[in-house]
Design a protein around this ligand. Structure first.
Ligand SMILES: [Zn+2]
Length: 359
């Protein structure tokens, strides 16, 4: 059952004139300081990469298969930093104050152990060119095999990175330490990559920018969009917020046209929506769809924000189960590969791939 949770952010606000004046002053100050931090982050990115190095590279969207099989990082110490304010359940969308038309675009970067998937530069280049904010849910294995791209995304004031499992395994079929590692290991990879960037020579004069790049990820998306009560509890215990969606573009299907993806976005996005697409080369026509969908949504008055900004702007609608459109519809991924094992399944999901073996 979905429920709307009031955010603690609004708790304790008084109606007195003095309080309102102070609040206005504080908000103005926060806006100024967040803009200043965004500028510092942009300066960090400009100091570390030439525009050509940020842009798409030919063939990079395709990836390689198979790739290296990397050792899963140690999670010791990570699980103990529990955030007791974490939301229990998975966020499907956000209820906003009347008149606010915010939407969060999200892009999954799925990669199973033993493969290397792609980086769809056409999507990221377009978002940057149009100043569109977005959230990426990156698998731990993906970040480890795309360290440079991960650092570029981290340094970008338009973007935030949440995690998406280590090896894109179905957490419904996992338990104990195995489950904890799938959920937490990507946080370890994120932290190591962030730390490496902070130690780079180009970053030395701009260390203040790192205050705008979270030390550890705060958001998590379940591989396959599927979860169990135990995996939900583990995400919450880890201080992570599970983020689902209320609108899937269907882009893992190669047969889904750019026009169909854009149409779904233009007609089905509503204020507070969270939209799922893919930027690992398996969001087949998303790069062509965005130039149609984004101007149309802006013309309808929508503003693009990160998931964290969307959460801060309203009340999250939380579900105690994970699903795509209807409760139970992601349970089918329990049987991928002919049995109750998904760790060797190459095709990512929510992720209904109609074909081909090689993207
Ligand atoms: Zn995925």
């Amino acid at each position: 059952m979905d429920r709307t949770q009031p955010m603690r952010y609004w708790a304790g606000m008084t109606k007195s004139w003095l309080a309102r004046s102070c609040t206005a002053f504080i908000i103005a100050g926060n806006v100024w300081s967040s803009q200043s931090l965004a500028d510092e982050r942009a300066a960090l990115q400009a100091a570390c990469w030439q525009p050509a190095a940020l842009g798409r590279a030919p063939g990079e969207n395709i990836g390689e298969r198979p790739g290296r099989h990397l050792r899963i990082p140690n999670i010791e110490g990570l699980a103990s930093e529990r955030d007791f304010t974490a939301i229990a359940g998975t966020v499907r969308r956000v209820t906003l104050p009347l008149g606010k038309k915010l939407v969060a675009l999200t892009f999954d970067l799925c990669e199973t152990s033993g493969e290397i998937s792609g980086y769809d530069g056409a999507i990221i280049d377009y978002l940057r060119s149009q100043h569109v904010k977005a959230t990426f849910f990156a698998g731990g294995h993906w970040m480890a095999t795309h360290k440079l791209r991960t650092q570029q995304l981290l340094s970008d004031p338009l973007f935030e990175i949440g995690t998406h499992g280590w090896g894109h395994r179905n957490t419904r079929l996992m338990s104990g330490l195995d489950l904890k590692r799938e959920i937490l290991a990507p946080s370890s990879t994120y932290m190591a990559i962030r730390s490496e960037l902070s130690r780079a020579q180009c970053a030395a004069p701009l260390l203040s920018a790192f205050s705008a790049i979270p030390q550890r990820p705060k958001l998590f998306r379940f591989p396959f969009g599927a979860c169990s009560a135990e995996s939900l509890r583990n995400v919450s215990d880890a201080g992570l917020i599970a983020i689902q969606w209320d609108l899937s573009t269907g882009d893992p299907s190669p047969n889904r046209s750019a026009r169909a993806i854009a149409g779904a976005m233009i007609h089905s996005v509503r204020p507070g929506s969270i939209v799922i697409s893919h930027a690992n080369g398996r969001g087949y026509h998303t790069g062509e769809a965005l130039p149609m969908a984004i101007p149309a949504l802006r013309a309808k008055g929508f503003e693009f924000v990160t998931v964290s900004e969307l959460l801060a702007a309203g009340n999250p609608v939380v579900s105690d189960t994970c699903y795509d459109v209807h409760p139970g519809d992601t349970d089918k991924y329990d049987f991928l590969g002919g049995g109750k094992r998904t760790d060797s399944v190459w095709a990512p999901a929510t992720h209904v791939r109609a074909a081909p073996a090689t993207p």
